[in-house]
Design a protein around this ligand. Structure first.
Ligand SMILES: *Cc1c(COP(=O)(O)O)cnc(C)c1O
Length: 251
């Protein structure tokens, strides 16, 4: 059962959410309607609620928030408990043995972390698109920083994986590309983040090859405004809305 949060908690989340929305709008307006990456498209704010109780999500929900980002186990639990018009984004590291479980969530909106043809196939197989269900949106996660510890495909492997999804996975729709920028790379505020530059470049390559206009999922609490300036159309913001996470998220 979703317990009712204290009024103060509700006030804090509503206030933070409203501040983040204003910043998202301002950054989106500032990049204008020129010909740059992301111009003309709106930006989806995904509220990253991992480690936070369902009651916190309800505070944001009541303030109109509908896109939420979660890792696997919490996503399964929270989706069962919370309103079915929530658009869930899976943003955790994707394990092959969890693909089927993920697909049982009927209001799953997007899987943002596809990093192999094998996992695309598993999700394609498990997703039930009957009863007029639309294809499931997927993002290919790209390791833009080259760090060993980061998940995602190498930039050069994005094109073959996108082709595989387009040709072999009829129940999936390639919605965009996703990266987690390295925090140490945006130490200089206002400077271009090389991770975001690279992701935008990969998008151009794929868009040209497939005549698409892919979304860019990049930007978190510390760098979402910069990401929007560099063309992001999907930002994933957690701690700036819900406060610092007090225990590490389960993968
Ligand atoms: C946790 C997480 C976020 C949110 O990070 P914050 O810094 O709290 O905004 C965004 N994207 C991914 C993939 C995450 O795992």
């Amino acid at each position: 059962m979703t317990t009712t949060p204290p009024e103060s908690r509700k006030h804090d989340i509503t206030t933070s959410l409203s501040e983040i929305r204003q910043k998202v709008s301002a950054a989106t307006a500032a990049r204008g309607s020129g010909s740059g990456s992301g111009s003309g498209k709106g930006v989806t704010l995904v509220a990253v609620s991992k480690t936070k109780p369902a009651s916190d999500l309800m505070c944001a929900y009541e303030a109109g928030q509908r896109h939420f980002g979660e890792n696997i186990q919490e996503l399964v639990d929270k989706a069962a408990e919370l309103p079915t018009d929530i658009n869930w984004h899976f943003i955790g590291s994707l394990q092959s043995n969890k693909c089927k479980t993920l697909c049982t969530i009927r209001n799953l909106y997007a899987v943002e972390t596809i990093d192999s043809a094998k996992k695309a196939d598993l999700i394609n197989k498990a997703w039930d698109d009957e009863d007029g269900k639309k294809p499931l949106r997927v993002f290919v996660q790209i390791n833009t920083s080259g760090e060993e510890s980061k998940s995602g495909v190498q930039p050069d492997d994005a094109l073959p994986l996108a082709k595989h999804i387009a040709e072999k996975c009829p129940k999936l729709r390639l919605q965009g590309l996703m990266t987690i920028g390295s925090p140490e790379r945006d130490s200089d505020p206002g400077a271009e983040n090389p991770d975001f530059t690279l992701l935008a470049k990969v998008k151009t390559t794929l868009d040209t090859a497939h005549n698409t206009d892919l979304d860019l999922s990049m930007g978190m609490s510390d760098d979402f405004e910069q990401a929007i300036r560099q063309g992001s159309t999907n930002v994933r913001v957690g701690s700036s809305i819900f406060g610092a996470r007090s225990y590490p998220a389960k993968a």
